[in-house]
Design a protein around this ligand. Structure first.
Ligand SMILES: Cc1cc2nc3c(=O)[nH]c(=O)nc-3n(C[C@H](O)[C@H](O)[C@H](O)COP(=O)(O)OP(=O)(O)OC[C@H]3O[C@@H](n4cnc5c(N)ncnc54)[C@H](O)[C@@H]3O)c2cc1C
Length: 446
């Protein structure tokens, strides 16, 4: 059969697009959702059951509907959970919220819109003669559709040292949580990367009874900062005319030096971020990624205060030690992993021998190589990778561009895959706006 729309993926982007399609497509529409994750909508972020795996965005900004901003708080209240605007709910609860809202819409539209879940992965996509697209799925079936929304998230970055192979001692992808149950309580661990994924893994290990030392190694050794308990109001920003990154950063720093709260300054930048990104030339973006990204991430993607407190306690008692340096050697020797890194700003090397290494270096900037689907589309000329590794090229309506840079009718992408166009497009407050826009474009046949 020919479906009207295929939503490819099972994470937040996919459920947000499907929810918006349910709201905007006419009766008689057939939607195929392609994905093999167990719980639709949870993706990597919201399938956790650890209590301290909290949202890093306050409840007031986590509604899946951008036009009903209080919706998540209402769900929290009606399920007996704390529902203040500034509460950082658990990510597991957020997954339940998404499931409930989706189920309610599905019930409402049961007669009008058909949604079929195809438990499989899409491995190839090509243009159909005439119009629309054809997929080959990993269960060896074929799917024909008029429009497509790719909601694939990002793959995990490769191990940062050439020649190092993943093993039970070197965990290349921490989101496959099976490794956690094999960790012995006294093991000495090294986590590569010091961002939000690292924090998640540290807390998950402690919940699992791990008691040993945890080394954290990243090039700058910077760890995400916390939200304020009482969030200061955002300070509205007038960006300097001269759009050099250094001038913008200087203007932000000056405001902080003159006494403004840094969180309020960062939050004031938020409404301008996408336009600012789009105004940067390739070299400016590249310079920002090289020199500014680590600082951006720790100030912009902040931790819920109780999570940061828990992490700080582990720093203070010496359980967690953060190192700034460049990893040069990582190889398994029997049951241990030998590592050597050059300390930041110093010529000397430091050696470490640990029981296990966990790779938490990158959900944010992986290329296409992890995805057979994206590689096949690249080969077919129906997508163009971003040369800085920020997903694929899309136009300002999230339509995927072909090898010649031309937007293709009926082919869209949502979420982190579109970071080259929108930059800040990894979190719910941004993705929900994009999901609504794309669903409305699909419904309007644009
Ligand atoms: C640990 C963590 C915590 C986070 N916390 C927050 C938070 O508190 N607040 C917030 O706003 N944001 C948070 N984020 C950001 C988060 O990325 C987004 O909120 C959102 O979950 C992204 O969803 P996604 O669907 O785009 O990607 P993902 O959740 O990665 O989902 C991608 C899906 O695509 C599927 N897929 C991939 N390839 C194929 C294929 N070929 N065929 C079929 N399916 C395929 C995958 O199996 C997966 O289900 C967090 C992210 C992480 C990783």
């Amino acid at each position: 059969m020919l479906y009207d729309v295929a939503v490819v993926g099972s994470g937040f982007s996919a459920i947000a697009v499907t929810i918006n399609l349910l709201r905007s497509m006419p009766d008689g529409t057939a939607i195929a959702v392609v994905g093999d994750d167990v719980d639709f909508g949870r993706g990597t972020a919201y399938r956790t059951e650890f209590h301290l795996h909290r949202l890093n965005v306050p409840a007031a900004r986590m509604s899946v509907f951008c036009d009903v901003p209080d919706d998540f708080r209402q769900w929290l209240a009606s399920n007996g959970r704390p529902s203040d605007a500034q509460v950082f709910a658990s990510r597991g609860d957020y997954g339940l919220y998404l499931r409930d809202r989706f189920a309610a819409l599905l019930r409402e539209r049961r007669q009008g819109v058909r949604v079929d879940f195809l438990k499989s992965k899409a491995k190839e996509c090509m243009r159909r003669a005439g119009d629309g697209y054809s997929f080959h799925l990993t269960n060896d079936t074929r799917l024909d559709v008029k429009s497509v929304v790719l909601c694939l998230g990002l793959g995990n970055a490769d191990l940062p040292v050439a020649g190092a192979d993943a093993s039970d001692r070197i965990v290349a992808n921490p989101w496959r949580l099976k490794w956690l149950s094999t960790v012995e309580p006294e093991e000495e661990i090294c986590i590569l990367g010091s961002g939000l994924t690292m924090i998640d893994q540290v807390l998950a290990m402690r919940e699992h009874g791990h008691k040993g030392r945890i080394h954290v190694l990243s090039r700058r050794g910077l760890v995400p900062l916390p939200h304020a308990t009482d969030a200061p109001p955002a300070i509205s920003q007038r960006l300097p005319e001269h759009r050099e990154i250094s001038a913008i950063l200087r203007s932000l720093r000056d405001q902080v030096r003159q006494g403004s709260d840094w969180r309020a300054v960062m939050d004031g930048l938020r409404p301008h971020t996408q336009a600012l990104w789009q105004s940067l030339r390739r070299e400016q973006r590249s310079r920002f990624l090289r020199h500014g990204l680590a600082w951006w991430n720790i100030h912009r993607h902040r931790l819920a205060p109780p999570v940061r407190q828990r992490f700080e306690a582990l720093l203070e008692d010496g359980t967690v030690v953060v190192h700034a340096g460049y990893l040069k050697v990582m190889e398994q020797h029997g049951e241990r992993v030998r590592m050597a890194f050059r300390k930041r700003g110093r010529p000397d090397m430091q050696e470490l021998a640990v029981d296990r290494v966990i790779n938490c270096t990158g959900m944010e900037r992986a290329g296409l190589k992890h995805s057979p689907l994206l590689l096949s589309m690249q080969q077919a000329g129906i997508l163009l990778p971003d040369t800085l590794g920020l997903g694929i090229i899309v136009d300002d309506g999230s339509q995927v561009c072909d090898v010649d840079g031309k937007a293709q009718q009926g082919l869209y992408a949502v979420g982190a895959l579109t970071a080259s166009q929108f930059w800040e497009i990894t979190a719910v407050p941004d993705i929900r706006v994009q999901a609504k826009d794309v669903a409305e474009r699909v419904a309007a046949g644009r």
